[in-house]
Design a protein around this ligand. Structure first.
Ligand code: GTP
Ligand code: MG
Length: 136
């Protein structure tokens, strides 16, 4: 099977939506949560995580937002879970996200779009090392 790194961004925590979002992941048959931690992300961790976006106009506001309060990091394992969690999340821009998806149901603006999920198996392995260095 596959694993993926999921972040519930600070807007999810502030709005009391952890249970709602984790519930959608947990209810998916055949998937399991194998690591979970609530923590305020530091700049160093975020620089590693968002290295691909350095220099983009949204980079600094994104970094500030992501460090603005506690977030939840999870590892989810299961069949086609990389593609699957991104499907549950919906497109990056909540305006473009269909009702029924996490971003479509709760999203407001593109930066505060509730959830991150790795975009490939390679990204997942890279990101899991950043957030859960102790995990094999
Ligand atoms: P993640 O799962 O968080 O990586 O989102 P994504 O893969 O759907 O989007 P991407 O990796 O392209 O961008 C990372 C994050 O930067 C997004 O989730 C948004 O929070 C933010 N972001 C991306 N594009 C824009 C943009 O055009 N404007 C703003 N303000 N934020 C953006
Ligand atoms: Mg991304």
């Amino acid at each position: 099977s596959q694993r993926t790194l999921v972040l519930l961004k600070p807007d999810t925590v502030r709005r009391g939506l952890i249970g709602e979002v984790v519930g959608r992941i947990e209810r998916k048959a055949g998937w399991s949560i194998t690591a979970l931690e609530l923590r305020t992300l530091d700049r160093g961790t975020l620089e590693q995580h968002y290295a691909e976006h350095v220099g983009r106009p949204f980079y600094e506001p994104l970094m500030d937002f992501m460090a603005s309060g506690p977030a939840v990091a999870l590892v989810v394992e299961g069949e086609r879970v990389v593609e699957g969690v991104r499907a549950l999340a919906g497109p990056t821009d909540p305006i473009a996200a269909a009702p029924g998806s996490i971003r479509g149901d709760f999203g407001t603006i593109v930066r505060e779009n509730l959830i991150h999920a790795s975009d490939s198996e390679e990204s997942a392995e890279r990101e899991i090392k950043i957030f859960f260095p102790g995990l094999a």
